[in-house]
Design a protein around this ligand. Structure first.
Ligand code: A5P
Length: 224
């Protein structure tokens, strides 16, 4: 079976009746939304908030009730994928461009459950380009300053036009190859005016990492 489905299923099994769930973005999170939808049709009662317009649409299609943030007192579990997971359980996220909303949900969740296939496990972060969300105003200046860091930087494009996030911002993909200090780099990038958020999720945000592999095995790699 697809290892992403194995991880998504395991996470969906942890969801209990009455929970408020944060829905992540990307292909692995989409499997989780689909499986949660099946559980809802079988009688599970949950409410949800989503980290992207795409996931909102998937949740609606799956029959999961979405609620406005004004009604959210707590997010019991936030379930989302990752692009890279290092040995300390720091993450790179944002391959789908939803990093800002994802980080907001991960930060406020009681439990952040990361689901992925084993290809996402790396010794150190950095091969996957780090997404940095920037305000369109003067983004050329913002990009030039980020470009002074040891990374290859490119603006994310779709059909030869700038990719625009759900928040109306641009994404700069920064390939560092190796990120020595996750917290320091996140802080340094966010000290540049115009940078809204980075795809670096430090391990303090993460509570559980579930990995599916090619041998149909699913393992919990980290539990806080
Ligand atoms: C979306 O912005 C991302 O953070 C995704 O969670 C990440 O890119 C993982 O995506 P897949 O589950 O599609 O591999």
């Amino acid at each position: 079976m697809n290892p992403k489905i194995l991880a998504a299923r395991k996470a969906a099994e942890l969801v209990e009746d009455g929970a408020i769930i944060g829905l992540g973005s990307g292909t692995t999170a989409a499997f989780a939304i689909d499986i949660l939808g099946q559980r809802v049709r079988e009688g599970l009662s949950i409410k949800a908030v989503a980290s992207s317009r795409q996931s909102e649409m998937l949740a609606t299609k799956a029959g999961i009730q979405l609620i406005p943030f004004s009604e959210v007192l707590t997010i019991n579990q936030y379930i989302d994928g990752a692009d890279e997971i290092d040995e300390q359980m720091n993450l790179i996220k944002g391959g789908g461009g939803a990093l800002l909303r994802e980080k907001i949900l991960a930060f406020h969740a009681e439990k952040f459950i990361v689901i992925a296939d084993s290809s996402k496990l790396v010794k150190r972060l950095g091969k996957f380009p780090l997404a940095v969300e920037v305000i369109p105003f003067a983004y050329e200046l913002t990009a030039a300053t980020i470009g002074k860091l040891p990374c290859a930087i490119s603006q994310r494009m779709v059909d030869a036009k700038p990719f625009v996030s759900d928040n109306g911002n641009y994404i700069l993909d920064c390939r560092f190859e190796v990120i020595e200090d996750v917290v320091a780099l996140d802080r340094e990038l966010k000290s540049i005016p115009g940078v809204v958020e980075t795809g670096l999720f430090e391990n303090g945000l993460v509570d559980l990492v579930i990995i599916g592999d090619e041998n149909d095995d699913v393992k919990i790699h980290f539990e806080r």
